[in-house]
Design a protein around this ligand. Structure first.
Ligand code: GDP
Ligand code: ZN
Length: 458
């Protein structure tokens, strides 16, 4: 494939110790040599080596920058094209100046995600791997990063290809039956077909079973902390944030806005929403906050309900218990350092079979138990120990579901002894759905849209 040479600043914008300008394409080395002066010309250096030198403006002969230049020759590169990476001193100005220089010497400014797109177009990675690259950039915990990494390594792709091969074999058998009906009785063909696609069906089910957890790892679990005023909600939020690396802090629009913070609880990313207390108030701004809090409760996938052990259970507490009855919840009995005033039996009755943990947030006690309870609610053995691969990408999940549906249709058709060519249509469609996951026959529009979500320089 003949593609032009592209360039972009590959390091994040802003100040840094170094910045990297990356070029990829047939002319990358030539363009490099037009502006680089060092011991050797870049065209003469070995692949995968790095070289000290200076960038000199080819027309003014002015020294632009002191640099380290890496030369990576096709095919063992990320894009499968020649790559030249110019390391410059950090700072927006110097990186930009070098980028302008390579652009004026014939490179074209890369679109967002175009390097990864090249890797895809040049056949180095498939679409699911490319999507993995994107997920890796965005992942919020190490575990989510691992899931994305497995995808980049092609684990999912291999599994999908195996399933496609199995379906193709089934299709081939039907083909034979259609072309040589005397070869096999139709009923025999249908029976064998059912066996073959049942195996595929089971594997798709297994993959889909990981989807819920995969999505949690990828997107984080929307978590609301609720409870009456003063029970310790803010203390709980702070404890979770302190005990864990806070990953992203959303800058709230106003001080009364719902505040969001990501924390990593035993590998499960929680998107914590401080609900500013679910209670009535006259203050209008405060009301907005409360409105949003109610919304947050509806959206929540996990609720941490805090009770004060130092006060008797109130009507409000009971109302909150009924408000959360359809939610995943962990009940936190806080302030256990103070004299117990709450009726624990009454609490247990309301909690039912949900986890109940006791804490003294003032003294940092009980947080480990709470974190364990959260992790076990969603992952039987806790995430960090689990070593399985997850389907986490929404597009993949949708396509797996479509494949599953068409296979079900094929099963039904076979059971009802429909003509084999009818069954074949369904099996072929399932094969196509799976193909879309790895980017086979993916429409250009989809590909463009996917890669445009990448950041510049990736
Ligand atoms: P919120 O209104 O529910 O957010 O509650 P806060 O987290 O702001 O806590 C209210 C008050 O209770 C603060 O003075 C905290 O220091 C105190 N507090 C929180 N947790 C504990 C605890 O476990 N024991 C004791 N004795 N006080 C606590
Ligand atoms: Zn608070």
């Amino acid at each position: 494939m003949e593609l032009d040479t592209i360039a972009a600043i590959s390091t994040p914008p802003g100040e840094g110790a170094i910045a990297i300008i990356r070029m990829s394409g047939d002319e990358a080395v030539q363009i490099g040599d037009r502006i680089y002066q060092g011991k050797k010309k870049l065209q003469d250096v070995d692949s995968h080596t790095i070289h000290y030198g200076h960038l000199v403006h080819p027309r003014t002969n002015e020294t632009v920058e002191e640099v380290m230049v890496t030369v990576l020759r096709t095919p063992k590169t990320f894009t499968r094209e020649d790559i030249v990476e110019i390391n410059v001193h950090g700072g927006v100005v110097s990186a930009d100046r070098v980028l302008q220089l390579v652009l004026s010497e014939g490179a074209r400014l890369a679109e967002p995600g175009e390097f990864t797109k090249r890797a895809f177009l040049n056949g180095r990675i498939d679409l699911s791997q490319a999507e993995g690259v994107m997920d890796m950039i965005r992942s919020k915990t190490d575990r989510a990063m691992n899931v994305a990494m497995q995808q980049v390594e092609g684990r999912l792709a291999r599994q999908i290809r195996k399933l496609r091969t199995q379906l193709l074999e089934a299709i081939a058998h039907i083909e034979v039956n259609i072309d040589y009906p005397e070869y096999d009785a139709e009923s025999v063909t249908l029976e064998r077909l059912q066996k073959q696609i049942t195996a595929v069906q089971q594997e798709i089910d297994q993959l889909l079973a990981t989807a819920h957890q995969g999505k949690i790892l990828r997107e984080g679990l929307a978590t609301a902390i609720i409870g009456r005023p003063n029970v310790g909600k803010s203390s709980l939020m702070n404890a979770l944030v302190q005990d864990n690396r806070a990953i992203v802090t959303e800058v709230p629009g106003t001080t009364r806005d719902v505040l969001e913070e990501y924390v990593n609880v035993k590998g499960v990313p929680l998107r914590l929403i401080d609900t500013a207390g679910i209670r009535e108030t006259e203050d209008i701004v405060e009301k907005l906050g409360v409105e949003r809090s109610r919304q947050a409760l509806t959206d929540a996938e996990l609720i941490l309900f805090v009770l004060n052990a130092n006060e008797p259970l109130s009507k409000e507490d009971e109302a909150l218990f009924s408000a959360i009855k359809d939610f995943n919840a962990v009940v936190v009995l806080n302030k256990t350092d103070l004299p117990k005033e709450i009726d624990e039996n009454q609490v247990r009755a309301l909690v039912g079979d949900r986890p109940l943990v006791t804490t003294s947030l003032l003294y940092d006690e009980g947080i480990e138990g709470l974190e364990k309870a959260i992790a076990h609610l969603f992952f039987d053995q806790g995430v960090e120990e689990a070593e399985m691969s997850y389907v986490s990408n929404t597009r993949h999940i949708a396509l797996l579901n479509q494949a599953k549906e068409t296979i079900n249709e094929a099963q039904e058709a076979a059971q009802n002894e429909m003509p084999v060519d009818m069954v074949q249509i369904d099996v072929t469609r399932a094969w196509e759905h799976l193909g879309e996951i790895v980017g086979e026959n993916a429409p250009d529009q989809l590909i463009d849209q996917l890669f445009s979500q990448f950041c510049l320089g990736k």
